[in-house]
Design a protein around this ligand. Sequence first.
Ligand SMILES: Cc1ncc(COP(=O)(O)O)c(C=O)c1O
Length: 367
Amino acid sequence: MGTIPLVDLKAQHRQIADEVQRGFAAVLENTSFILGKEVAAFEQEYSAFTQVPHTVGVANGTDALELALRAVGVGRGDEVILPANTFIATALAAERAGAKVVLVDCDPTWQLIDVAEVEKRLSKKVKAVMPVHLFGQCAAMEKLTPLAQAAGAHLVEDAAQSQGARRNGASAGSFGAAAGTSFYPGKNLGAYGDAGAVLTSSAELAKKVRALRNYGSETKYFHPETGFNSRLDTLQAVVLSAKLKRLAGWNEQRRAAAKRYDELLAPLSQVQRPSTMPGNEHVWHLYVVRVANRDAVLKKLQESGVGAGIHYPVPVHLQGAFAHLGHKAGDFPAAEKAAHEILSLPMFAEITPAQQEQVADALKKAL
Ligand SMILES: Cc1ncc(COP(=O)(O)O)c(C=O)c1O
């Protein structure tokens, strides 16, 4: 029995290797490394895929979130509400935009941002709310939208883990003023290095982000505002276009794999399986179970060659980087409980039933 990685990028590369090689060769030939036509082409293709009118390719997901926040006007003195149980980058983006991070707990079932907690923290100071579409499914946007609107706050979605996900038929990234997504290699749509994008329905916001990603400039050497150097590389756009053609199929394969895990793990009473919030079309970026003695189980799984992981072991409020917020253990009980119990099992489109059986067997033994 072989080892099973958490994500198998090699299996995916084999499917697109020729196309990528041809695309790279064309870019090398015409040397359009920065904002070449492949970037614009991918932006249009991704917009067609998500049905969000504007996609602006940037250097990574963290920048995408920061630029989206800045584009909607978030700056010094503003508050930004986001969940305590997210990848640190959501919070970093808000802090880097100059805002004060205001954390809230998640719900205990899906670990999505707790809408009632958001409602409690909304005030005139809050300029944006950042729901995270965690593990591949959308937060309850239909509840957040009227709350944010009433409070005069923008919704900026963290759509890094939700490429292709839908809620009540609409795409992740289509609900808020803007969204940021990440094409980090292990994402459902992953580049061959760092990459990300801002999505928005607003032509005006898209224009702002295009300037912000390019030194704050629309016309070469004229800089009316302070910007960044954060562009999607042309070579990464080649990879992303090749993968995007296959993404819907890969997400379908992930759903089938999630269903197989559900069946294989059903007899294991100590394992709490993940579920889909009603109204969501899940894309299973991660298949996250919960077990009581997680650290021991994880160790045994890894010893038996199963590349399980934890997303994430320490919530934002207990990270040194956010110690200045003054939180302590116990402040966000649902997020903290999840951090102790969650376990991500290997999940990628190409995972085989035999590999999943091996994971289930290893988990059973580890328990
Ligand atoms: C939820 C979430 N937000 C933000 C990011 C940041 O993206 P990146 O690593 O491309 O900067 C990631 C992924 O890494 C993520 O999973």
